[in-house]
Unconditional design. Structure first.
Length: 327
């Protein structure tokens, strides 16, 4: 559901940004407004970003290979990180430079009605794109606030489009303000100031995106609710008595790795333990469908050993101090 919703939001944003980019460059050609040039480059960068997200989504669907046994799900994170770099460099830094030059060498705007008309059109188009992203995100964020949704979302596409569209709308307001003040006062410096503000805004959004996608690239665990469901599903109260410790890792937005040491009855036979582990894997996948790669290690529960946690260095003898048959 998140992949489909993300693709729909990306396509809507791409369509809007391409149309807006063309109109902004036309307005810049007739008016000479640096705000319009910065906004045109911004929309062009956003269009390129949407292409990157679509490419990442397509490449992430490739089948696992012996060289990449866990698949290519993280490609979506890589391309989302590239988006933040493009937004920072092509969008933000260019706008700051262009605004600085316009402040140093201001000139009066001509044919001011071109940028104003285009900006009004852009607000409408970006509003449509933003509404689509909000609608698709509402089905996934549940009771989370928008800040929590952007920070916790494992699928990068919707947060990226949300931040881009939100930044675009604010940037358009800043551009309107800069152009409006430049026309009202006859001083082109205001156009340059509006351009610098747009650049600072884009840099801030790019830094937020980079921080969040970096966390996903490093590897994030499942959310607390998913962890609780996995632990509950793993235990059958008979052969599997408890989860001693567990680690989870997102291999992609819709693929979760689960590695756990589970406590089994000390008098269980090897066939009984193997059957219990198979059943536990089935229950986990039913409880959390994205848990597609599961490794369960049976062991005998010892309170002292469990308290040391899953870190091998926390156990003097290492993880094989009390070896148990794997599955």
């Amino acid at each position: 559901m998140s992949a489909a919703g993300g693709t729909k939001a990306i396509v809507a944003a791409l369509s809007a940004n391409l149309a807006i980019a063309v109109s902004k460059f036309v307005a810049f050609f007739f008016s000479g407004s640096s705000s319009m040039l910065a906004e045109g480059v911004h929309s062009l960068a956003d269009s390129g970003n949407q292409f990157l997200l679509l490419i990442g989504g397509r490449r992430a669907q490739r089948e696992a290979t012996p060289q990449h046994p866990f698949g290519y799900g993280r490609e979506r994170y890589i391309y989302a990180f590239l988006v933040s770099i493009v937004l920072f460099s092509v969008g933000g830094m260019f706008a700051v430079y262009e605004g600085y030059e316009k402040i140093r060498h201001p000139h009066e705007l001509t044919h001011w009605y071109w940028p104003v008309g285009v900006l009004v059109f852009a607000v409408i188009a970006e509003g449509f794109s933003f509404r689509t992203a909000v609608r698709e995100s509402n089905g996934l964020r549940g009771n989370l606030s928008w800040t929590e949704f952007i920070r916790r979302a494992k699928a990068p596409e919707l947060p990226v489009v949300l931040l881009e569209d939100f930044g675009a709308l604010i940037g358009l307001v800043l551009a309107l303000g800069g152009v409006g003040l430049a026309v009202a006062t006859g001083n082109g410096v205001w156009d340059g100031i509006g351009t610098v503000c747009i650049g600072v805004l884009l840099i801030a959004i790019a830094l937020v995106l980079a921080t969040e996608t970096k966390s996903l690239l490093l590897g994030e665990s499942a959310g607390p609710a998913e962890v609780a469901r996995i632990e509950q599903a793993a235990v059958d109260g008979d052969t599997v008595t408890r989860v001693i410790h567990m680690r989870t890792l997102h291999l992609g937005p819709e693929e979760l790795l689960v590695a756990a040491k589970i406590a089994v009855r000390h008098d269980g036979t090897a066939p009984e333990i193997a059957t219990a582990i198979d059943a536990a894997e089935t229950r986990i996948r039913e409880a959390v469908p994205i848990a597609r790669v599961i490794y369960l290690e049976p062991d005998i529960y010892r309170a002292s050993e469990a308290a040391r946690g899953p870190d091998p260095e926390a156990t003097p003898g290492g993880p094989d101090r009390h070896p148990a048959p794997g599955h």
